[in-house]
Design a protein. Structure first.
Length: 85
């Protein structure tokens, strides 16, 4: 499923400086799309059969150096969905 998801994301979200990260981990597919350090959208597909998908923008504090960052591994784990406070 990961190659198919990666292909769809790359076709759907394009532009200068846009990066895509897709990974399968712990029963979920994590997706992270960013244009710069503080412009990040994360998503995860929890079950390919049911179509359950979560999409969120992590708070800027999570994107600071040494914090969560904008990566598919964090997205697969659901990181950065809640307010840091």
């Amino acid at each position: 499923m990961t190659p198919a998801v990666r292909a769809v994301v790359k076709r759907a979200v394009r532009g200068p400086g846009v990066t895509h990260d897709v990974i399968a981990s712990a029963g979920a597919v994590g997706i992270a799309v960013s244009a710069d350090r503080y412009d990040c959208v994360m998503a995860r597909i929890l079950d390919g059969r049911s179509g359950q998908v979560e999409v969120w923008r992590p708070a800027r504090v999570y994107l600071q150096p040494g914090e969560l960052g904008c990566g598919a591994d964090a997205a697969a784990a659901g990181g950065g969905q809640r307010s840091p406070h």
